[in-house]
Write a protein that binds this ligand. Structure first.
Ligand code: SF4
Ligand code: ZN
Length: 472
């Protein structure tokens, strides 16, 4: 990419999806071993932002120990005459994408959950200061989002400062999410879509409604609306709702039409509030996975931070490969944490009454969302270790599904759910999560998009002919 003369490493979209493995990393920030980390964008007045400035609070790369894991806060302050607070979440979500454009810097996840690595190779090439990361981001953001007139970046590596600002950041994320809580899907004229993740999940389209936050958790309906308004040619766009075809499952004719168009025909119908039938697609950035447990006819929910095996014996990363890649995976659903606070949370499947297990790490985050009458009825990995213990726990604690469970013998198969599941999915070529990988995808040409997921293709000869009657 031009405009990066003098940089020690290359900057290009070609690096998106890059991985820095442990043995190749010079240093890492955040990730599963570091509890406090964050990235935050704040909109300020033009006078408050010193354009192009990069500050480091704490140690820079040269002072940190090679091979170490460190806390990190990335604070980006932006200003522009056309931008307001509604855009903070949208600009913040791009940190992931643009950081990954920088050769040898891997960035995963978002908000409070970031995980970044700097490769030995890039360090040797001269990427010896966080300053380069900041300068790269400033140039990329200003080139891609021209409404950002001024931008300054602060990296915080001092553990005490990260800790202090982490609390503040969590408060701000919560305030953003809370804004959409009062609004109902029926009250707005338009939903919004996002296709930012099509770079690695080519058939994935996020539909963001007031009562369904994006599955990465980063974009509420307000955020997506602000982005679509300021940058109509960008990855966010309005989705006319059309006719309400199914109020319980959340099926709208306009959503179906838009998703079909944006997924280039791959996805034809979407239920916004069900994990069965035509569930929302999942890319790879979901904060949590809901997974169907046929033995008790309920759902477990596991979050990205959970280590070990969920009650069904599978880890987050194993289930992520069943869930992601832009496909509709019945019985597996990638969701944002805020969706669990929605009044429409999988309402077609029974909502919270259908949840039978959650990871303890997630439980801490959503204690407030669990209906009071269910608080002692949904176990975590601390209370139950396998399906047998789960069955017993649910029966003893009189979970809403308990009667059904007691009626059936353990070996007996429970009544089928409303639509056939669980459908074993063709393992998709996403991430050995949490790393999204670029799937081979041939960009749209003349309305055709070919997606090759996990395919091995041998071609002896390929002849492409122009079909008759096709106009240029
Ligand atoms: Fe956009 Fe959805 Fe990807 Fe989030 S998960 S960046 S909302 S496409
Ligand atoms: Zn994604």
């Amino acid at each position: 990419m031009s405009g990066f003369e003098g940089f020690p490493v290359e900057i290009s979209p070609a690096f998106e999806g890059q991985r820095v493995r442990k043995e190749d990393m010079y240093i890492e920030f955040g990730g599963p071993n570091i509890p406090k980390k964050f990235e935050l964008v704040r909109v300020k007045s033009l006078e408050e932002v010193e354009d192009g400035s990069v500050r480091i609070i704490g140690s820079d790369l040269l002072e940190l120990k090679e091979g170490s894991s460190n806390p990190l806060g990335i604070l980006i302050e932006v200003a522009g005459s056309r931008i307001d607070r509604d855009l903070e979440g949208v600009i913040e979500r791009r940190i992931h994408m643009y950081t990954n454009y920088i050769e040898g810097i891997m960035h995963l996840n978002q908000r409070y959950d970031i995980w970044c690595r700097i490769s030995k190779k890039s360090f040797k090439k001269g990427l010896t200061s966080l300053k380069w990361w900041g300068l790269g981001l400033i140039r990329l953001f200003k080139a891609e989002m021209p409404y950002i007139e001024k931008m300054q970046v602060t990296f915080i590596t001092d553990p005490v400062e990260v800790e202090k600002m982490f609390e503040e950041a969590m408060k701000i994320y919560n305030e953003r999410d809370a804004r959409a809580r009062g609004l109902r899907d029926e009250e707005v004229e338009l939903f919004y879509g996002c296709v930012l993740c099509q770079s690695f999940a080519p058939t994935h389209v996020c539909v963001i409604s007031p009562e369904r936050v994006s599955l990465c958790g980063a974009l509420t309906w307000f955020d997506a609306r602000a982005a679509a308004n300021i940058d109509p040619k960008g990855p966010n766009f309005p989705v006319p709702k059309g006719e309400l075809l199914d109020p319980v499952r959340g099926e709208w004719s306009g959503v179906n039409e838009t998703v079909q168009k944006r997924s280039l025909g791959a996805i034809k119908r979407v239920y916004l509030h069900s994990a069965f039938g035509y569930p929302h697609t999942s890319c790879g950035c979901f904060e949590c996975i809901m997974f169907y447990i046929p033995e008790v006819d309920g759902f477990g929910i596991v979050d990205r931070g959970f280590k070990g095996e969920a009650v069904n014996g599978l880890s987050f990363s194993t289930m992520a490969s069943q869930t992601g890649g832009g496909m509709q995976s019945e019985g597996f659903l990638g969701v944002g944490i805020e969706y669990m606070r929605s009044r429409k949370f999988i309402q077609a499947d029974g909502g919270w009454n259908r949840i039978v297990w959650i990871s303890s790490t997630l439980r801490k985050r959503i204690e407030d969302a669990i209906p009071r009458e269910l608080k002692d009825k949904i176990p975590t990995e601390i209370e139950v270790k396998n399906i047998e213990e789960l069955r017993k726990y649910l029966a003893e604690h009189k979970h809403p599904l308990a009667e059904k469970i007691i009626e059936k013998k353990p070996e007996a198969k429970l009544e089928a759910p409303p639509t056939p599941i669980p459908t074993p999915q063709i393992p998709v070529a996403i991430p050995q999560i949490p790393t999204p990988q670029i799937l081979p995808s041939i960009p749209a040409v003349g309305g055709i998009k070919i997606v090759l997921q996990g395919a091995k293709i041998k071609i002896g000869k390929l002849i492409i002919k122009k079909a008759e009657g096709v106009k240029q």
